[in-house]
Design a protein around this ligand. Structure first.
Ligand code: ADP
Length: 410
């Protein structure tokens, strides 16, 4: 089947005329969730015409995908759930892992143990058959023992204060932006169409429609709308990251419970030679990257409507770190003395630190990715903080749903 499909069209700039008026499926957003959905749909339902619409390029420099940690680990699978649900997530995590390790071709997917360090056991987490949940039952080890295998633990952490450890030896690192790019390219090769530099808005109409604003840059570097097109679809998938719920709200008046949070990724300039594990203390993850560490702070809560990220002060000096992150880092300096030295890059203002809006399913940083159908013909696909481990499986699930025989065009 695949060999018979011819590649789709790509419109990269407004000089290329766009005339189409109708598709079976329009996907808004070509981050990793939208791009993966498009690819899976081409494989499962090649008879459905498909248009991906992306506001930026591939990948968008401002999307969550480009900064996402790319850390696959089952230690992060939500724990509070029922056992049956837990098993389903374990399966989806394994499925995502297989896809990442094989189907995305030349892309690097490197095994890298994740070590969580603890001062004392987590409450209610005694991994006896009666206590806790079975798949979260990762045994505790001695961090001093582990430090023999991974000496870097001693360089980063005060192991006397953190005598316990849990390890995910299956964990792995990859680049979500490569997944998004690779998936979008494969989807196009299999017949998906792709409209870049175009902002989509949803439209009240009898039947799903999108308004497409094709953007261009003036010679004074302003982004302006060059033209507006309207396209009808049987199904619209909103895969616009943290921008998804507002799109539904503004366009259709559909309110969702989802939220977003501004996530920052400061750097710690200590060497991380090959073989360095990822290390986590109190929800702060140190991810080996480009020979040093990228810090992935804990997400506390959804940011209130209208929140504008601003940097906080550290001993009177302005930094680029938002308050919650700053407080967490200061509280961790005894356990992780490496944070207290000159190696931590805190910047002077927000723009000095890489950061992006991350979508939070139901406003909950622990919630796994999800898809739902908030209005007829309109589907919302949300990745969020656990997209690294579960995202591809959830995108595939929606693709399977959409590949069932579709109702006639309204
Ligand atoms: P995810 O992890 O869910 O894929 P991202 O934020 O990485 O989230 O990706 C969402 C993508 O959707 C981004 O590339 C962004 O540019 C794009 N996007 C957001 N809003 C719109 C919109 N209104 N029209 C087109 N693309 C959009």
């Amino acid at each position: 089947m695949e060999g018979m499909t011819s590649p789709g069209q790509v419109w990269a700039h407004v000089g290329q005329p766009f005339q189409a008026a109708e598709f079976d499926v329009v996907v808004v957003g070509a981050g990793r969730m939208g791009a993966a959905l498009a690819l899976f749909l081409r494989r499962l339902a090649p008879h459905l015409s498909l248009l991906m619409v992306e506001e930026g390029g591939l990948p968008n420099e401002e999307g969550a995908t480009i900064l996402a940690p790319g850390l696959w680990t089952t230690l992060d699978l939500p724990r509070q759930a029922q056992w049956s649900q837990q098993d389903q997530w374990s399966e989806q995590a394994q499925w995502t892992r297989e896809q990442l390790a094989s189907a995305f071709g030349e892309m690097p997917f490197e095994p890298c143990p994740l070590i969580e360090l603890y001062a004392s056991p987590l409450p209610g987490h005694d991994h006896s058959p009666q206590g806790g949940q079975p798949s979260a039952a990762v045994p505790y080890e001695s961090s001093a023992e582990l430090a023999r295998e991974f000496p870097v633990l001693r360089e980063l952490a005060n192991l006397d204060a953190l005598p316990l450890a849990r390890v995910d030896r299956q964990a792995a690192l990859y680049r979500p932006a490569s997944v998004a790019l690779n998936a979008a390219q494969q989807a196009v090769r299999l017949g998906a169409n792709l409209l870049l530099n175009t902002r989509a808005r949803l439209k009240h109409a009898p039947g799903p429609q999108v308004m497409l604003e094709r953007l261009t840059v003036t010679n004074t570097h302003q982004i302006v709308t060059h033209e507006v097109k309207v396209v009808r679809a049987r199904h619209i998938v909103v895969a616009a990251g943290a921008g998804g719920p507002p799109l539904l709200e503004h366009g259709l008046g559909v309110h969702t419970q989802h939220g977003r949070a501004y996530q920052q990724y400061p750097r710690l300039n200590l060497p991380s030679p090959p073989g360095t594990p990822a290390v986590r203390v109190s929800g702060l993850t140190l991810r080996p990257q480009h020979g040093a560490f990228t810090l992935i702070p804990r997400l506390h809560h959804r940011d209130p409507h209208g929140y504008q990220p601003t940097g906080g002060h550290l001993t009177g000096v302005p930094t680029g770190l938002r308050r919650e992150v700053l407080e967490d880092l200061v509280n961790l300096m005894d356990a992780l003395p490496a944070l207290a030295g000159p190696h931590l890059q805190v910047g002077r203002s927000l723009s000095d630190l890489p950061g992006a809006w991350v979508t939070l399913v139901r406003g909950d940083p622990q919630a796994p990715p999800v898809w739902e159908t908030p209005a007829p013909g309109h589907h919302l696909l949300l990745g969020g903080p656990h997209a690294d481990t579960l995202g591809l499986a959830v995108a595939h699930d929606l693709a399977q749903h959409l590949s069932q025989p579709l109702a006639p065009m309204p």
